[in-house]
Design a protein around this ligand. Structure first.
Ligand SMILES: Nc1ncnc2c1ncn2[C@@H]1O[C@H](COP(=O)(O)OP(=O)(O)OP(=O)(O)O)[C@@H](O)[C@H]1O
Length: 234
């Protein structure tokens, strides 16, 4: 199998400047390889650093040391060292992020929000719109809502709009932050199907799923996270 993402000795310590600069080590030499067509689920106790690792992989958190090697446009690049401009390009073409939360853009209709990641790649509008309609239908978002801005939608409706947006482009690497959290079983099953399709087309997927049934269905393997031992309890 072809590796698309290689995390090497990634460490992250949060420094709480408003609390006497307390240092909170969360990741210590985290290492992980994910291949095309593979779904690796981050697993561990609450507070073991799953979200921190996923956010570092998306470039939201700057690691203190280590590497995040990513296959981007046919070459390896280190996301941990990449300038902001390159991170934006990586997010457009290579690295997808799907979470349960929609960042609502005022007055922009649902269909536009879902299409945007594909439009930004220069894909023809008619194709983008067809895909957006297909995804919104699969995710049971009623058609009467598609022309409205989602700011007034229910939590579950916003979540499904966000998932449609996250799956509209065929990203080679997908990061999933609890995409099925608080969905009912029919909608959760629709998301699981999207994940299985992404895996089948060769996406490398890293995710967090607290629902054990979903985890068992999508995970090729678990990456078990241990809380960093600071020695403070000794
Ligand atoms: N932005 C931040 N600033 C300071 N500390 C943080 C920050 N984000 C996370 N932490 C701390 O890092 C530790 C790991 O948090 P993280 O959210 O990564 O854990 P998790 O395994 O995803 O937990 P859960 O399963 O409860 O969501 C926690 O102790 C948390 O308080």
């Amino acid at each position: 199998m072809q590796p698309l993402l290689r995390v090497e000795n990634l460490s992250k310590t949060f420094v709480l400047h408003n609390q006497g600069s307390a240092a909170l080590p969360v990741l210590e030499n985290a290492s992980l390889t994910v291949c095309a067509g593979e779904c690796v689920v981050l697993h561990g106790r609450s507070g073991s650093g799953k979200s921190t690792l996923l956010r570092a992989l998306y470039g939201n958190y700057q690691a203190n040391s280590g590497h995040i090697w990513l296959q981007h446009q046919g070459a390896w690049m280190d996301l941990a060292q990449a300038p902001a401009r390159q991170i934006i390009a990586v997010r457009r073409d290579t690295l997808g992020w799907v979470s349960q939360f929609l960042r609502v853009i005022p007055r922009v209709p649902t269909l536009e929000i879902v299409m945007q990641p594909l439009l930004e790649r220069g894909v023809a509008r008619a194709f983008c719109e067809k895909r957006a309609r297909d995804l919104l239908t699969r995710l049971n978002v009623p058609e009467r809502l598609w022309s409205l801005a989602p700011s007034t939608f229910s939590g579950g409706e916003q979540q499904r709009v966000n998932i449609a947006r996250g799956f509209i482009a065929d990203y080679p690497v997908l990061l999933l932050d609890e995409p099925t959290a608080s969905l009912d079983s029919a909608n959760s099953a629709a998301v699981v199907e999207l994940i299985e399709q992404a895996r089948a087309r060769g996406a490398a997927i890293v995710g967090i799923f607290h629902d054990a049934a979903v985890r068992e269905r999508v995970a090729d393997r678990l990456h078990v996270m241990q809380p960093v031992n600071t020695g403070a309890e000794a």
